[in-house]
Write a protein that binds this ligand. Structure first.
Ligand code: GTP
Ligand code: SPV
Ligand code: MN
Length: 584
């Protein structure tokens, strides 16, 4: 196989002469191709077959123990001007970056097969979709890309038709963090990643293309590439509203997007369109429309159980690749939270007999890769080339104190400030300390491909284009008491908050106006059948002026760090709230 696209042909030849693979394989995406890949990986130990009676066509991959999460300190934006990467990104001058990468990539595919993987991000016939080609020497990456994107022959056709594609070069190298780099060249529509086989570092269609490169393109072209789920919420009357929500990594997007309604909310249904990334375009009707660029989920395993998310458990019953979970001696996958006690004969994520002294059995960032169509709540609108119209945007993170269950911003501009101020306790999705509070604007801190101040400016500019944009809210499922117990049951019960949000957008739910926005009283929420302590409910819907004055002071310091790149409008909005708070 080859291509009629001359630029693609030439790039593949250049990469082959640099990396010197033994073989080149153009991926068609066929069933037979996948079977052969899987058989090879079973033979060389890259995959372990799970029990075909309980988990047909499902496999376990155990990564190198130092290659289990995104490595943000090794991720760079390489633009000719340093200012274009901005203060929140690592930057390297493009020539220097190319020099270092070439050194790591020279001969790196010797003895291996080089796979050429054409893919499309978005419904294959969507005007908003974008092609890409990932070259990789990892068959595990190919198998994952096959689930996560529209991959193979139809994608190549679309690329040849458009004449446009993002180039992604990936090589496992020696998997050493010392020789690992994940580099983005937005001015060249190019990504190069070496030294990691893990998710966001290696499946280049995902965070590298659909967020970092796409966010750069989106600013130029007047649209938005966001770290957001997309879901439909259907009322008992049959009215469906679509919501987007941006939460930092491992803060609940997948779980919210496929939420199982509580027993007492009869007639409510949820439809999943996307669970990690949204591309948003302004429609002719002035509304914001969202497509999901992905075709599968790369989701967090720990915490997934029949109690928290029975749909997810059903979804993972077949055709799933598990990465770094534990398994039983009869080869069934297991992770913390799946059942109360670990089963007997457990093998941990490093292939050792499970011993609690070695830490958890499944890595805290262990994941599943599964087709979106396996989700029982999969929305047929996912394939709509124009996407779905968005009623509300939610921001949220893990905040164990102060931040209420939900509040509504008073305007788009205020909503942009709420997004810019987003902060969360860190998780295992990236290497580094867990549980440290950090700012993560719009949940895009690790994924914004350009200057964060300019990104906020772009959000504000979108706000000036239409008066029919979504309303913006902030949510927090993660309040705790002094003993660490969650004050809100979360998961399916979060639908109660979504109901309030939708009714606010329709103009028929009550709330109390505070300086930070509108907060519901417990009585304004649907609490029928909710098992929660009234005192806890009262606490998580309470506005604490003293704590918020402190929070705002810290935000002021953070925003000042962006210097001339901080949009004046955002600064004005900050001042407005600060003075309201001082009067409160
Ligand atoms: P990425 O794929 O890293 O972007 O993560 P995500 O935002 O999709 O998060 P995900 O839904 O996978 O949830 C991450 C972790 O948070 C899992 O362990 C979940 O079980 C847990 N979680 C999700 N929703 C809730 C909730 O409402 N309450 C509580 N307490 N935990 C939750
Ligand atoms: C995240 O970390 O936000 C993820 C997993 O969704 S990764 O694909 O590694 O980015
Ligand atoms: Mn994510």
């Amino acid at each position: 196989m080859t291509t009629t696209n001359a630029a693609l042909k030439q790039w593949v030849e250049e990469v082959a002469s640099l990396t010197t693979p033994d073989r080149i394989h153009w991926c068609s995406g066929s069933e037979q191709e996948n079977q052969e890949l899987v058989e090879n990986m079973l033979r060389d130990g890259t995959l372990i077959e799970l029990d075909p009676r309980t988990h047909p066509q499902s496999y376990l991959h155990l990564s190198h123990p130092t290659d289990v999460a995104r490595t943000e300190h090794l991720t760079f934006i390489c633009t000719s001007r340093k200012d274009d990467a901005g203060p929140t990104n690592n930057w390297m001058e493009p020539d220097e970056a190319h020099g270092r990468l070439d050194q790591l990539l020279r001969g790196s595919m010797k003895g291996r097969t080089m796979f050429v993987v054409p893919y499309v991000m978005g419904p294959i016939d969507s005007p908003y979709a974008q092609g890409g080609v990932e070259i990789t020497d990892s068959p595990y990456v190919v198998a994952n890309m096959r689930i996560m994107t529209r991959m193979g022959q139809p994608a190549l056709k679309r690329i040849e038709h458009d004449g446009y594609f993002v180039k992604g070069l990936h090589s496992l190298g020696d998997l050493s963090p010392e020789r690992r780099l994940i580099m983005h060249f937005p001015e060249e529509d190019l990504i190069e990643s070496v030294g990691s086989g893990y998710g966001g570092n290696a499946l280049l269609g995902k965070k590298c293309h659909a967020l970092r490169i796409a966010s750069w393109k989106a600013r130029e072209q007047g649209w938005m590439a966001e770290h957001m789920l997309i879901m439909g919420v259907e009322s008992p009357e049959g009215e469906t509203h679509y919501l987007c929500a941006a939460f930092p990594s491992a803060c609940g997007k997948t779980n919210l997007a496929m939420l199982v309604p509580p027993e007492s909310m009869k007639g409510w249904r949820v439809w999943t369109v996307g669970e990690d990334i949204a591309w948003l375009n302004l429609g002719h009707d002035g509304r914001l429309w969202a497509i999901n660029p992905e075709a599968g989920y790369f989701g967090v395993a720990p915490g997934t159980s029949p109690d928290t998310n029975s749909n997810a458990v059903k979804m993972l019953a077949r055709d799933t690749i598990f990465t770094n979970v534990a398994h039983t001696d009869d080869r069934r996958p297991w992770w913390e939270g799946l059942s109360k006690a670990p089963p007997r004969g457990l093998v941990d994520w490093q292939g050792r007999a499970y011993d609690p002294a070695n830490g958890p059995a499944a890595h805290p960032n262990s994941r599943f890769t599964v087709s979106a169509k396996r989700n029982p709540m999969y929305s047929p609108r996912t394939e709509d080339p124009l996407g779905v119209p968005i009623t509300a945007i939610l921001f949220g993170g893990r905040r164990s104190s102060l931040v209420p269950l939900v509040y509504q911003s008073v305007s788009w501009r205020h909503g942009v400030l709420v997004g810019a101020a987003l902060s969360s306790e860190t998780t295992a999705a990236a290497t580094g300390k867990v549980g440290v509070l950090r700012r993560d604007p719009m949940a895009m801190l690790p994924f914004c491909g350009y200057n964060m101040g300019e990104y906020w400016q772009h959000w504000l500019a979108m706000g000036n284009k239409s008066d029919k944009l979504p309303k913006i809210f902030h949510v927090n499922w993660f309040r705790r008491d002094a003993s660490g117990r969650f004050l809100w049951p979360g998961y399916g019960e979060n639908l109660r908050v979504l109901r309030w949000i939708i009714e606010r957008c329709r103009g028929n739910a009550r709330g109390v106006r505070t300086p930070i926005g509108t907060v519901p009283l417990p009585a304004d929420l649907d609490t029928l059948g909710l098992k929660a302590d009234p005192a806890d409910l009262h606490e998580i819907t309470r506005f604490h002026p003293e704590g918020w004055r402190e929070e705002m002071a810290q935000l002021g310091t953070y925003l000042a760090g962006f210097g001339p790149h901080l949009p004046a409008e955002l600064q004005e909005e900050y001042q407005r709230i600060a003075s309201e708070l001082n009067g409160a």
